[in-house]
Structures are given as C-alpha cells and as structure tokens.
Ligand binder design. Structure first.
Ligand code: SAH
Length: 382
C-alpha cells in the first residue's frame, strides 16, 4: 500500500493564551477592549479581526496590516491566533486525508478530508471520544471524553483549509464544499459549542459555508433535534441502523432513552425539512443483525412520509469489532427494496479504510498516540 504517513513530533509547547480564532464578533470586541482599545472602536476592531481570522485565515498578528502595529503587539501579548498542532497526517490511496489534531491540553481528535469528483467533504469531530458506546463504532470504545470548545470545532475547519490551501474564502472553486459533523463524538451532547461553531462557519463575512452544506449527524438526542433545526438550519442526518427497538437498544444504547418512534417524530417535525432538504438516514449494514428483507421493508414503512434518503454504510471493521459487514447479496436486496419505495439509497463507498479514516474507525490512532505520550511523560493525563 502506498500510504503517506507523517508523524509530526510535538512542538515545543509555549504557554497557552486564549485563542481569537473561535471567538464571535462580540467576543472579539471584548478582546480588543481588554488590551486597551477604546470602547467606541471595539466594534470596528472586531470586524477587522473577524475579517483577518475567518476570511483571510491569518495565523499571525503580523499579517493584520489594517490594524496598527501597536494594537497588534498588545493583542499578541495576551492572545493567540494560531492553530492546533497536527500530530499526524495520513494520506489514503483514494485521496482521503486524515489529521490527528493535538489540542492544547494534549487531547487528540481526528478530522478527515474526503475529496470527490464534484465536491470535497470535511468530516469533523465534536467531542474527544464519545459517551454513546454504540456497539459497532470504534470511537465508542474510547474511554476519555470531553466536549470540544467552539474554537476547537471551528479550528478543525481552519486547519484543514490551511492544509488544502484555501484562504482567503472564495465562494467559487472551493476546496472544501461540505462539512459533516460525523467524526468523533455526539454533536447534540455538545449542543451550545456546536451551534456557536456553525454560526461562525456559515458567517458570510468569514468562512461562509452555506448552512445547507453542513450536516449534523446524531444517534438521536431527541430533545435537541428541533432546536438544532430552528437555530442553525443545518441539514440533519440520523444514525438509525435498526428498525425495531429491541435491535436498536443493543446496537445504539441511546435508543433505550429515546426510542425509534420518538426519534422519527422529531424527524417529521424537523424545521425546514422538504424534498429539497431531505433528512439522511444512516444505516450501517451488519451481517445477520439488521440486514434482512424484513428489516428493509420495516425501514421504508418507518420513514414513510418523511422527505428522506437512506445512506447505507457497509460496516467498516476495526480491530476486535464484534460484527461483520453484510454480504453483497443482502446489501443489493436491501437497496432494491428501499429504492422501490421511492427513496434514493446510495451505498456509502468506504473512504480512507487503509488509514482507518472510514466511518466508525476513528480513534485507534489517538489511543496509540496517547499511550506513547504517557510513556514519554509521566505527568501527561492518562
Ligand atoms: N454520534 C453521531 C456522530 C457520529 S457519525 C452519530 O452517531 O450520528 C458517525 C457515523 O458512522 C454514524 O452514522 C455511525 O453510526 C457510523 N458508524 C460508526 N461505526 C461504524 C462502522 N464501524 N462502520 C460503518 N459506519 C459506522
């Protein structure tokens, strides 16, 4: 296999200052005032900073030539405009790129860039690890969890745009056209930071990615679903994976709290859902568990009336995973039933499997990486 794989040693850690990238206009205005800018200039400074940070992608105060040298120096003494470190960069045979991102406290998350003919999708993480323990998901086996901050969520997009050379923001010829919150973590368990991040990512004067091109995937945190639609207008994806509660209770334990009927009600009421804005139902194909003709028929009955598409995901194995992927014949039969019912059901081609970047495979690297760091430095949190 021809995999480019670069392990980048930890940079010499400079004391961590609050980062401007990740702040809203209001927070940038406060930051300006905190270094002595007069209140009547705060709004203008915030606009300038916003432009440099989110439109031009500035990584140094020196770049911000519309702001006086003196103010830049004062800002630099107290704040930082840099990025997180990339601990490891991997390139798959199929062009998929995976970055292991080292956060300021040493925690690690993964971000995946998936180029296609007509689009390029960035898959970002919302938490370090995940609390959900879905049986087929590798991330679910990771014990250590915290929410990412708004800055860390937006930071993954900014870092990826550095790597693919996409500054300043240009509405035409984008390198990253779509964003999916389908990396590590459950976005609706980190609701406030995710929503703040979506507002920053869609801001027309900054990164300006259309909210229609941002998809939030959830295993089904029912009370937050309607709110997400109202507050962000993001596209919704549901990790459904089973058609009966007794099966879903086992493979997606969150189902015991929010069963299938309640989840589908939330989908029926999702603000802005329409044929032009269909809800995506993700369905991982697990041999002998959820892949029968009966399952397929039940699935189309369940989602009847919801503008939807079904995204069938061949199960991606990981070391020690307790399931197998359905065979081609079962997948073909399943697809046929779903298609006949009038739903488009693309099979998600696994991308980046050779670098464990495909759905549900994220995480192993972070563990391995963490272990080696723990050996190197006994004071590192385990
Ligand atoms: N917690 C959110 C966001 C993660 S999205 C959610 O559950 O939707 C990651 C997607 O990959 C989910 O649809 C998940 O169910 C799917 N997935 C997880 N493990 C997988 C595996 N081993 N093979 C294929 N898909 C998997």
């Amino acid at each position: 296999m021809n995999i480019a794989d670069t392990i980048i040693p930890a940079a010499l850690r400079i004391p961590h200052k609050p980062r401007l990238a990740g702040m809203s206009r209001a927070e940038l205005a406060e930051a300006a005032v905190s270094v002595g800018e007069p209140a009547h200039k705060a709004k203008m400074r915030a606009s300038q900073l916003f432009h440099w940070i989110y439109f031009r992608g500035a990584r140094s105060f020196d770049d911000m030539t519309t702001i006086s040298k003196e103010t830049r120096v004062k800002l630099g003494q107290k704040y930082d405009v840099g990025r997180e470190d990339i601990a490891r960069a991997q390139l798959s045979e199929d062009g998929t790129r995976k970055w292991l991102v080292r956060l300021a406290d040493g925690a690690l998350v993964e971000t995946v860039y998936i180029p296609d003919e007509d689009r390029a999708t960035l898959c970002i993480s919302s938490q370090v690890g995940c609390t959900l323990t879905c049986k087929f998901c590798h991330t679910g086996t990771q014990p250590w969890v915290r929410n990412l901050t708004t800055a860390e969520i937006v930071g993954q997009v900014m870092l990826a745009r550095d790597e693919v050379n996409e500054w300043p923001s240009d509405p035409d010829g984008r390198m990253i056209t779509n964003i999916v919150l389908m990396g590590m973590g459950e976005p609706l368990y980190n609701y406030d930071n995710v929503v703040a991040a979506l507002h920053l990512l869609t801001d027309n004067e900054g990164i300006a990615i259309s909210r229609r091109r941002i998809t939030v995937s959830t295993a089904g945190v029912v009370p937050m679903i309607g709110k997400l639609g109202e507050e962000t207008g993001a596209a919704l994806a549901i990790s459904l994976h089973a058609t009966r509660d007794e099966v879903r209770d086992v493979i997606v334990p969150l189902n015991k709290k929010y069963p299938i009927a309640a989840l589908l009600d939330a989908c029926r009421n999702y603000p802005g859902s329409a044929n032009s804005r269909r809800i995506t139902f993700e369905y991982v194909m697990l041999k002998g568990i959820n892949d029968s003709v009966r399952d397929a028929k039940e699935l189309v009955q369940l989602i009847a009336g919801i503008p939807a598409k079904v995204n069938l995901i061949p199960f991606n194995p990981w070391p020690g995973s307790p399931y197998e992927c359905s065979d081609d014949e079962s997948i073909a039969k399943f697809v046929e039933i779903v298609n006949r019912a009038g739903y488009s059901s693309p099979i998600r081609t696994p991308r980046g499997r050779d670098i464990l970047a495909a759905c549900g495979q994220l995480k192993s690297d972070s563990l391995r990486e963490r272990k080696s760091r723990v050996t190197a430095s006994p004071s590192t949190p385990a």
